[in-house]
Design a protein. Structure first.
Length: 317
């Protein structure tokens, strides 16, 4: 199925081709952005001289493009054909965009002048390679579900994975599907990997398990999207992911540097977790920026505080 496309500008002046009727793209890209700005800032803070960044779940190229403004090499993975082709169009378009075409920077620690505001260059200087297949813990061909009005939520078919209560999954409407090729990240033998970003709509843990050798040997910063209920689509949990990294000597933080400890908890508007190997903290710079003292608290604690300060309403007699 083909969808109508539309050329839009985001808030910094970057142009993108998006699906015209896709609510996800209209909300987060058209006249917004840059997409996931806080995550971009966090990664650039942690690795300001990144050599290689792996973007797993490239989508239409939003992060891949911005990564290439400061990393030497970027490798982007996107399994669905139409979304992948749109990413290619956006990458080609972004390569033609110069700083003088932009409105303002998203990274303020730089010397490039954008209408009186100084920041990091927005020109794509890094070498970008793209791959039209998915990643997981084993190679093969898998079905992926296509979300017609929200392509950012496409995910691997999971109808045969039991629910957390052991019951079978059921669907009243059969979604569009596409058969995609899946490989392991380790099979690529990437070198000098400083950052791995994984956003695969609940399939993050299989991707991590298929990247174990890369993660253990190269100790990159690993950014994962983690949402309650999503890993359960494939029989896992957020706590399992935490435990995997903790057993390999990683500390876990939010985008603002908050150390989240060892127990999975939900944080308001904080879906991403950043896994940092403890050995990296021997570096004086990283030691300062990796883990920070913040006022950020779990959603459960926010709720308790709110209940304590809310006035008690007494019904009239």
């Amino acid at each position: 199925m083909m969808y109508a496309e539309e050329l839009v500008n985001n808030s910094i002046g970057r142009q993108y081709w998006i699906y015209k009727d896709d609510a996800f793209y209209q909300q987060r890209i058209a006249n917004a952005g840059p997409y996931q700005k806080q995550n971009l800032l966090r990664l650039r803070e942690l690795k300001p001289n990144a050599r290689t960044i792996l973007d797993v779940g490239m989508n239409i190229g939003m992060n891949t493009i911005e990564y290439a403004t400061w990393a030497k090499k970027v490798h982007g993975f996107e399994p669905t054909k139409q979304t992948y082709n749109m990413a290619l169009k956006n990458i080609i378009l972004a390569k033609k965009q110069l700083n003088e075409n932009m409105i303002k920077p998203w990274y303020l620690n730089g010397t490039t002048n954008f209408n009186g505001k100084f920041g990091g260059s927005l020109e794509m200087k890094g070498e970008v390679s793209t791959y039209n297949h998915g990643l997981g813990d084993k190679p093969g061909q898998f079905e992926i579900l296509i979300k017609k009005d929200n392509a950012g939520h496409n995910h691997i078919e999971n109808i045969n994975v039991p629910l957390a209560n052991g019951k079978k999954r059921r669907r009243t409407v059969q979604p569009e599907k596409e058969i995609v090729e899946v490989k392991t990240l380790d099979s690529y033998n990437f070198e000098e990997v400083d950052i791995i970003k994984i956003d695969t709509e609940g399939y993050e843990f299989p991707v991590v398990m298929g990247a174990e050798q890369t993660i253990v040997s190269q100790r990159p910063i690993v950014q994962l999207e983690m949402v309650d209920g999503q890993p359960e689509r494939f029989g896992f949990s957020c706590q399992q992911i935490y435990d995997w990294f903790l057993s390999r000597d990683f500390v876990i933080t939010l985008s603002d540097g908050t150390d989240v400890g060892t127990k999975w908890e939900h944080y308001t508007k904080k879906m991403e977790r950043f896994f940092i190997h403890k050995s990296l903290l021997n570096d004086e710079y990283l030691k300062e920026v990796a883990v920070k003292k913040t006022k950020t608290i779990p959603s459960s604690e926010e709720k308790k505080l709110k209940e304590q300060i809310e006035p008690i309403m007494i019904a009239p007699i």
